[in-house]
Design a protein around this ligand. Structure first.
Ligand code: SF4
Length: 245
């Protein structure tokens, strides 16, 4: 049995234990599928050509444990042909409640920085996350604030095909990676954020070379306002790049 199937069975067992507490007694179709060792059918994402189709494909996604505890999936929002795209690590409490990315205090700071430093409106860019469902420290308390945690490597691996296809569909000229987790996941690096930020990286997505720049997560500026200088510095690089390109 390969490790992927073992993980599916482990996750499914955890799900059943959780559901049993809520009174569930049987799930015959799913049990049959797992007993037969069937994996979910692989989807050829390259055939999905629009953000709307992609959303429809994953709006009920249960490909990782985060799907079971989310309130709303946070797919991403903004201009479908944006030149500039932002990618964070995952939704928090406010985002889980509303289904919209970066709308809490960190999101307000991000919006202000986009408008004042890059001179774009929030609606002119696209904002998404590596994982689409809220990672919680305590999943039994989905209505509790300050219950956020970074996504695990497994959760990011399960979800990263969605943001990758979003990038391929939007085809931005530049992507800003918000925080260490998002930067490491997309750049496939173990380096710290201060090693990754303040410079351009180039990756090819479906035939297009796209520039990427990492910066500190806006939430870190709430804990330590001194971090704002890094966001401002990196955003000015983005502004200058957009003027040049
Ligand atoms: S985080 Fe991504 S992979 Fe996991 S359930 Fe949500 S949409 Fe699916």
């Amino acid at each position: 049995m390969d490790s992927e199937l073992q993980q599916v069975i482990k996750d499914f067992k955890a799900y059943l234990q959780q559901e049993k507490k809520k009174g569930l007694t049987a799930v015959p179709v799913l049990v049959k599928a797992v007993k037969e060792g069937k994996k979910p059918a692989a989807i050829d994402l390259s055939k999905i050509m629009t953000l709307e189709e992609l959303y429809q494909q994953f709006s009920q996604c249960q490909n990782c444990p985060l799907g079971r505890t989310r309130n709303k999936i946070v797919f991403g929002e903004g201009e479908a042909q944006a030149r500039l795209m932002f990618i964070g690590e995952g939704p928090g409490f406010d985002e889980d409640q509303t289904g919209r990315p970066f709308i809490g205090k960190a999101g307000q700071l991000l919006t202000k920085a986009i408008e004042t430093t890059i001179n774009l409106k929030r609606e002119e860019v696209y904002i998404g996350n590596i994982v689409k469902c809220h990672p919680m420290k305590n999943p039994d308390q989905p209505t509790m604030r300050s219950n956020d945690r970074p996504p695990t490597a497994e959760e990011m691996e399960a979800c990263i095909p969605i943001i990758t296809r979003q990038i391929e569909i939007i085809k931005p000229d530049i992507i800003c990676l918000l925080g260490r987790t998002a930067a490491q996941a997309i750049l496939r690096s173990n380096a710290g954020i201060h090693e990754l930020r303040n410079k351009f990286h180039t990756l090819n997505f479906a035939g297009k070379d796209i520039e990427l720049i990492a910066t500190v997560h806006p939430a870190s500026c709430l804990y330590d306002p001194a971090n704002k200088k890094y966001v401002w510095e990196d955003f000015k690089k983005i502004r200058d790049f957009l003027k040049r390109a």
